[in-house]
Design a protein around this ligand. Structure first.
Ligand code: PLP
Length: 400
């Protein structure tokens, strides 16, 4: 789908068609996004918000329109709920710090799940160390889905927040986030969704989901690197202190007392990536022109096709086999080290990721040194899967 819009995909790898299946790590950029980056630096490069001159006003307008574009994409109530960050990691760190300062005390509890990316574990762990709070973990069932009965038992009067991945970056599983949010809300506990892997693949509606916070990265959504979003319900963001001090986030500064800016600026210290936000808006427009439902359907079809092909290969172990997945598939073949498979696939023009995928606790739970992960984007097609499978058969034959 739309492969021709992505210049990098036209470049051969080792003289072969590039089969790029590492979209969970980062996605390639369509020409519309590359053009937007060049257009920004060529036509309106000026620091935003502070300038009275023409360029500064144009840059400010584009940045605020980008914020509105994100709000529309997520179906947020207001652009005030959209904080630009450097990415998901930055958003989760910011939230863990601010939320921790406002609401977490000694003995309180934070809940994450057993399949989180490190960026939805470590910031909460750091908070727990700082505040002598306790990190609780939703365990997995045998089929690698989250154990919601155990989750219900974890929630108690000391639970301050629940933070879980919407889609697992290793397994591709779509977690039952609506159940999780409902169960937490019944006890008055807010929920943060790590949507780094959901946002590129699924239509998202923060009002329908009713999540309290959500984090995402533009670079996984066909946008530029270095920019992402922390969404927060306005009433929550209002209650949180800024995570960083500096320019932009203040109302007045004196040596005696500083007062902070309104939302969302109180969380945006320093010069934001205003060219990045413009290019991110171009990426969102690109996805919306195709349609998120269509993207989701296309990728679900590809994931299903790839899983069927893989399952037919002897000695393949697919993790969370048979579970509905959003564009991500992890597997191993017999005792072959995933790294060796990855190397041999690469030599045939197929880019996959191998290793722990920044989710070491999950990989430890699976009892393997790592997995091979193929992850799909809107530009992948069945030809990519066929080339991947042919390369995999060859690699296995060489290593077995
Ligand atoms: N959360 C999940 C589920 C991810 O897959 C990733 C990146 O792979 C991240 C968080 C971190 O994203 P970033 O490195 O863009 O901050």
């Amino acid at each position: 789908m739309n492969r021709q819009d992505f210049p990098i995909l036209q470049e051969p790898v080792y003289g072969r068609r590039m089969v790029y299946l590492d979209n969970a790590a980062t996605s390639q950029k369509p020409k519309a996004v590359l053009d937007a980056l060049l257009y920004g630096y060529t036509h309106f490069n000026a620091n935003i918000h502070r300038g009275v001159h023409h360029l500064a006003q144009v840059a400010t307008q584009h940045h605020e329109e980008a914020r509105q574009a994100v709000a529309s994409f997520l179906h947020a109530r207001s652009p005030r709920e959209i904080v630009f960050t450097k990415g998901t990691t930055d958003a989760l760190n910011m939230l863990a710090f601010s939320f921790g300062e406002a609401f977490v005390r000694e003995g309180d509890e934070i809940v994450v799940s057993a399949l989180e990316h490190h960026s939805n574990i470590v910031p909460w762990q750091m908070l727990c160390e700082r505040k002598q709070a306790v990190l609780r973990v939703i365990p997995l069932q045998d089929d690698l889905t989250l154990d919601l009965e155990a989750f219900a038992r974890l929630l108690n009067g000391r639970t301050r927040i629940v933070s879980v991945a919407h889609v697992s970056n290793v397994l591709g599983i779509v977690n039952p986030v609506q159940d999780i949010i409902r169960m937490a809300h019944e006890r008055g506990i807010p929920v943060c969704l790590d949507a780094a892997q959901a946002a590129p693949h699924l239509p998202l509606n923060v009002q329908a989901l009713d999540c309290d916070f959500l984090a995402l990265s533009a670079h996984k959504m066909y946008g530029p690197t270095g920019i992402g979003v922390l969404y927060g319900k306005e009433h929550w963001l209002e209650q949180l202190p800024p995570a960083q001090g500096g320019g932009e986030m203040i109302e007045h500064v004196s040596f005696e007392k500083t007062t902070y800016n309104t939302l969302p600026y109180k969380f945006e210290a320093g010069t934001p990536d205003f060219i990045g936000s413009y290019a991110f808006a171009a990426a969102l427009a690109y996805m919306q022109t195709i349609g998120m439902e269509r993207i989701a359907e296309h990728e679900a079809d590809l994931t299903c096709y790839a899983e069927q092909q893989l399952a037919a290969l002897p000695q393949v172990h697919i993790y969370a086999a048979g579970q509905p997945k959003a564009g991500v598939l992890s597997f191993n073949v017999g005792q072959i080290h995933p790294y060796d498979l990855g190397m041999l696939l690469d030599r045939q023009g197929v880019g996959v990721r191998t290793g722990h995928h920044c989710a070491e606790p999950l990989i430890t739970h699976l009892g393997v040194p790592g997995t091979v992960r193929a992850s799909f984007g809107l530009y992948n097609d069945r030809e990519d899967i066929d080339l991947f499978m042919a390369a995999l058969r060859k690699a296995v034959a060489m290593l077995a």
